[in-house]
Design a protein around this ligand. Structure first.
Ligand code: ARG
Length: 298
């Protein structure tokens, strides 16, 4: 069912029409040994160059890693690389997929930021060791695609949500849709503080999403509301300062989120989710939090 949906009038399916997709049971994380802020490529990094507390960063990362293990997920901790301080945000270098027969494919990213381009080959090695078919975009045509930072799977469904505007270009979703033979609903991002889709959109289960509405266009919001019966909205402070929407819900029930999102936590509990708070304070300075510090794999 390959197609790219850009507006409500093109939406010709409902959730029940989509192929099922298994829930990933593996989590890849990248050790924060070389994590630091050496340059500014998003508004959150401004004023933070050289400002990472390495010990705090290590502790925050270890705590999060342990929580995935406690949830029963298999965690693969990959070594970092000197000179790539953002590699710890391993949602960005790839987009993995599994089809109905269990065949695994991955599309490797073409990082928008020059400073991060070298991360992709390092992450590719992980896929080479786990029997994924590796697909590269034609870099003469597509210059921007930042993996699961912008392309997010619907929970348990072969449907991709694709953000574009800052780190990923719109055109790339035609190729992704054809490669995986899945529909892609694309959403334009309009506020540079929410430069990746995972900063303002978090799929919690089949029917529930958490979003920060001002990061989207009217058309985008209409598409989100058309497919998710339950849309939980983040407030400005928690979305912007605490990255509330950069949370993760690996099993459709337990939500891992930056600590202090009081309003969101109340809404999540009210909707039946179990909330687990983590400090990702060192990573917030770089414009990332829980969601982008990992990659879910099959
Ligand atoms: N400093 C990193 C960058 O700007 C942060 C990436 C966070 N990743 C994410 N998917 N939101 O590229």
């Amino acid at each position: 069912m390959a197609k790219v949906i850009t507006s409500l009038k093109e939406l010709d399916f409902s959730l029940t029409d989509l192929d099922p997709m298994p829930v990933p049971q593996k989590v890849m994380v990248v050790k924060p040994t070389f994590f630091s802020i050496d340059y500014v490529i998003n508004p959150h990094m401004e004023g933070h160059v050289g400002d990472v507390d390495k010990i705090a960063a290590q502790n925050e990362w270890s705590h999060l890693k342990g929580a995935y293990e406690e949830l029963g997920l298999y965690v693969e901790a990959v070594g970092g690389l000197r000179g790539y301080p953002d590699m710890v945000f391993c949602a960005n270098q790839s987009l993995p997929y599994i089809d109905k027969e269990g065949n695994k494919k991955v599309i490797m990213s073409v990082m928008h930021a020059e400073q991060r381009k070298g991360e992709v080959a390092h992450i590719q090695k992980v896929y080479e060791q786990s029997s994924y078919e590796i697909v590269h975009l034609d870099e003469s045509k597509f210059t921007d695609f930042e993996g699961m930072g912008d392309a997010i799977w619907h929970f348990k469904k072969a449907l991709l949500w694709g953000g574009y505007g800052f780190r990923t270009s719109k055109e790339v979703y035609e190729v992704i849709s054809d490669t995986f033979e899945v529909p892609v609903i694309i959403l334009e991002l309009i506020d540079d503080k929410f430069y990746h889709l995972d900063t303002c959109f978090c799929v919690l289960n089949e029917t529930t999403v958490m979003i920060y509405p001002p990061a989207f266009t009217e058309e985008g919001l209409a598409l989100i509301n058309a497919l998710f019966p339950n849309v939980i909205e983040a407030m400005k402070y928690e979305a912007e300062q605490l990255f509330a929407c950069n949370a993760t819900c690996p099993d459709g029930k337990n939500v891992f989120i930056q600590q202090g999102c009081t309003d969101m936590n109340q809404k999540l509990r009210g909707a039946g989710f179990k909330v687990h708070e983590f400090s990702t304070n060192e990573y917030l300075k770089s414009g990332g939090s829980v969601f982008c510090m990992k990659m879910m794999l099959w």
